[in-house]
Design a binder for this molecule. Structure first.
Ligand SMILES: O=C(O)CCC(=O)C(=O)O
Length: 288
């Protein structure tokens, strides 16, 4: 006689979706697999309106140039270090937490750390943060296509990275949302990067790569309060802002404790004021 089938709980076959539980953002197995397959993922509506509004008040002090003493950490990623702040199109405030320590421990930090640790393990810690703001009506406010590894020391042994981007405003094609080449992270290899414009890195921090014209690109549109995450090898960038509204993004990247310790020991802090004493993608490109 066969045993009677055990009664199934009502939701036994229901798919478990990614969801927020307090300061934790629980990633579903399907989303985790999609992240590793594509090199990026989006999580919709993670922060509440009140949480984003509170962060935006601080954010706007950087985006309007009210924080003194940043040197090259306040620059235009679509221009040069010589540009005057009033003429910036893509305002990049590096390391806002360094210049305003009260940002430490905010709700986005707590949620994004939970995301990074689920994707890569409990040794993932805060590495750097960044505010990226595109002014309205600035077609030139594009972030050139690149791999994040293109900007970092190339000899770091453990490259694992989860870079989280919180949409402080909605992020859509018209205001220059982030765009990825799906699966381009799979080779885990640097493609040649060159300095943007006239080719002098002392004039501009920005690097760029050439993509074949038929390269598939996914533009990832998200509402305010959503988070996208990408890895260190995926090719990505973003277009200009042709809309009449700002695009504001709050980036926090997580890397392993060992990697952070190693990179600090060679003097790399992600500040544009660092003196570069390490091998970069540019050395590879110039000697290629
Ligand atoms: O959000 C963007 O426009 C690009 C940001 C980016 O390239 C990055 O965070 O690595």
């Amino acid at each position: 006689m066969s045993a009677a089938a055990a009664p199934q709980p009502a939701n036994a076959s229901a798919t478990v979706l990614s969801r927020r539980i307090g300061d934790d953002y629980r990633i579903s197995a399907a989303d985790k697999a999609a992240y590793h397959a594509q090199g990026y993922i989006r999580f919709l509506n993670v922060l509440t309106e009140a949480e984003v509004a509170a962060i935006e008040q601080v954010y706007d002090r950087f985006a309007t140039g009210q924080i003194p003493g940043m040197g090259r950490d306040l620059c235009d990623m679509s221009g040069t270090y010589k540009d005057e702040f009033k003429n910036f199109a893509l305002i990049n405030a590096m390391l806002p937490r360094r210049y305003m320590p009260s940002l430490q421990g905010n709700i986005y930090e707590r949620l994004s750390q939970s995301i990074a640790r689920q994707l890569y393990g409990e040794d993932m810690d805060y590495d750097y943060d960044q505010f990226l703001s595109k002014k309205p009506g600035k077609a030139r406010a594009a972030f050139a296509m690149h791999q994040d590894m293109g900007y970092w020391p190339v000899n770091t042994p453990d490259t694992r990275t989860a870079t989280c981007s919180l949409a402080i405003t909605e992020s859509v094609r018209a205001n220059g949302c982030i765009a990825f080449v799906p699966g381009s992270q799979k080779a885990a290899k640097l493609v040649p990067h060159r300095p943007k414009g006239k080719g002098d890195r002392s004039e501009s921090h920005t690097l760029e790569i050439d993509l074949p014209p038929d390269t598939p690109i996914e533009h990832v549109e998200v509402p305010r309060g959503s988070i996208t995450v990408h890895d260190e090898w995926v090719v990505h960038g973003s277009g200009g802002n042709t809309s009449d509204k700002w695009r504001k993004t709050y980036v926090i990247a997580y890397r392993s404790r060992a990697t952070i310790a190693y990179e600090r020991s060679i003097g790399f802090t992600h500040s544009h004021n660092d003196t570069v004493n390490w091998k970069t993608a540019l050395d590879l490109y110039q000697t290629a």
